[in-house]
Ligand binder design. Structure first.
Ligand code: NAD
Ligand code: IPM
Ligand code: MN
Length: 394
């Protein structure tokens, strides 16, 4: 990435992947192009294979060329991986290994998943509209540790005469892994309402007891202004829907974060709306490597029909501008364009209360592009302390 005055030149790797991935990435790229042109930036997009598409083409869900491109790029935008075609339980390679391998190879340990229900989409959620007032949650999910990355074994069970097997997935966390994710979450909490909910299963798991002790120590020693509460994950699954407006920043380990964010998507109205940013350690010179993807999967049953909700991917592109390129005003321009589009009722069937009037992926995208290309009333003022500055990326 190089900056000349206000103008930025950057390379963005796009990894459309499988299912609805290519549809939502085309949408996000169109919006980025519109914003780049409006603000005078030069963005170069370079596409590469990942997931099932990469298995079909090369046998490898994360080809070396893809990883090399992602390492060079200023930001990576990913659609989704996976689908029934590659889902056999005995398959030697799986699309998901490509995504997990990429997160691990780039050291992207902090996965930020904001959940902010939009008022005009309240009808799409099963909750009463007043239940969703003031809901603004940021889930900070640890992304490169825990049971996802522990040793995995499948072996014959010698005690089972019928030839049964023993499957093992090891869950490990180190103090250092917990410390760094807690620091990210606490810094973000300080820039918000100052409340941090740490989610674990400390009544059962040793990893959770280390997690809880480490959270208490780091917050006590380094973040006296953050109010921390500890919550067991089963109880959190309940509180998340019972009193969502009281939650601010939630920090948790890899698998709990995966599950709780799909649940949180119900508050927003559709999983197709939620974006995410996966960040590594700051790399200096204003750069922080980042992978940006909607939290949804490849949605195979709606793929190719032009009805996938592109908003999760479009808002992920906004997070890329904010966290990897330090372009706060541009990120806000995209978020505003999404808000205006949704307020006009231009939405895909998953969040439409009137299926007969639901819009296609292309129509929603076109409207967001139009708003993102225009300055108008409600255009946000430049931020004073942006989220990217909070994380030291600006
Ligand atoms: P999914 O997120 O693909 O779909 C869950 C439900 O949400 C489905 O009803 C789907 O139609 C709907 N949905 C998802 N995205 C949508 C969108 N943009 N617009 C409208 N509706 C949308 O989850 P799944 O069905 O459990 O998984 C399907 C495949 O995706 C699996 O192979 C899984 O491993 C993979 N997956 C990938 C990612 C990723 O790449 N980050 C995330 C989750 C699941
Ligand atoms: C997600 C997905 C992935 C995860 C899968 C596809 C590996 O569910 O990004 O939420 O479990 O992290
Ligand atoms: Mn998930």
């Amino acid at each position: 990435m190089s900056g000349a005055g206000d103008s930025v030149a950057a390379t963005i790797a796009t990894l459309p992947g499988d299912g609805v991935g290519p549809e939502v990435i085309a949408a996000a790229q169109a919006v980025l192009e519109a914003v780049a042109s409006r603000f005078g930036h030069s963005l170069i997009f370079r596409e590469a294979l990942i997931g099932g598409a990469a298995i079909d083409a090369t046998g490898n869900p994360l080809p070396n060329d893809t990883l090399a491109l992602c390492r060079e790029a200023d930001g990576v935008l990913l659609g989704a991986v996976g689908g029934p075609r590659w889902d056999s339980p005995t398959a030697p390679v799986r699309p998901e290994q490509g995504l997990l391998g990429l997160r691990h190879a780039l050291g992207l340990y902090a996965n930020l998943r904001p959940v902010v229900p939009h008022r005009s989409l309240a009808g799409a959620s099963p909750f009463r509209p007043e239940h969703l007032t003031n809901v603004d949650i940021l889930v900070v999910r640890e992304l490169t540790g825990g049971i996802y990355f522990g040793e995995k074994r499948l072996e014959r069970d010698p005690a089972d005469g019928r030839g049964g097997e023993i499957a093992t997935d090891v869950c490990t966390y180190t103090t250092a892994e917990i410390e760094r994710i807690v620091r990210v979450a606490a810094e973000l909490a300080l820039a918000r309402r100052g409340r941090l909910t740490s989610v674990d299963k400390a009544n059962v798991l040793e990893t959770s007891r280390l997690w809880r002790r480490t959270v208490t120590r780091i917050i006590g020693d380094e973040f006296p202004d953050v109010a921390v509460e500890h919550m067991l994950v089963d109880s959190c699954a309940m509180h998340l829907v019972q009193r969502p407006a009281e939650l601010d920043v939630l920090v948790t380990e890899n698998m709990f974060g995966d599950i709780l964010t799909d649940e949180a998507a119900v508050l927003a109205g559709s999983i197709g709306l939620l974006p995410s940013a996966s960040l590594g350690a700051p790399a200096g010179r204003g750069r922080r490597s980042g992978l940006y993807e909607p939290i949804h999967g490849s949605a195979p049953t709606i793929a190719g029909r032009g009805i996938a909700n592109p908003i999760g991917a479009i808002l992920s592109a906004a997070l890329l501008l904010r966290y990897s390129l330090g372009l706060e005003a541009e990120a806000r321009a995209i978020e505003r364009a999404v808000r205006l589009t949704v307020d006009e009722g231009v939405v895909t069937p998953d969040v439409s209360t009137d299926p007969a009037r639901a819009a296609s992926t292309g129509t929603v995208t076109g409207r967001v592009v139009w708003h993102a290309s225009t300055t108008g009333p409600g255009e946000p003022a430049p931020a004073t302390a942006s989220d990217s500055a909070v994380l030291g990326t600006a």
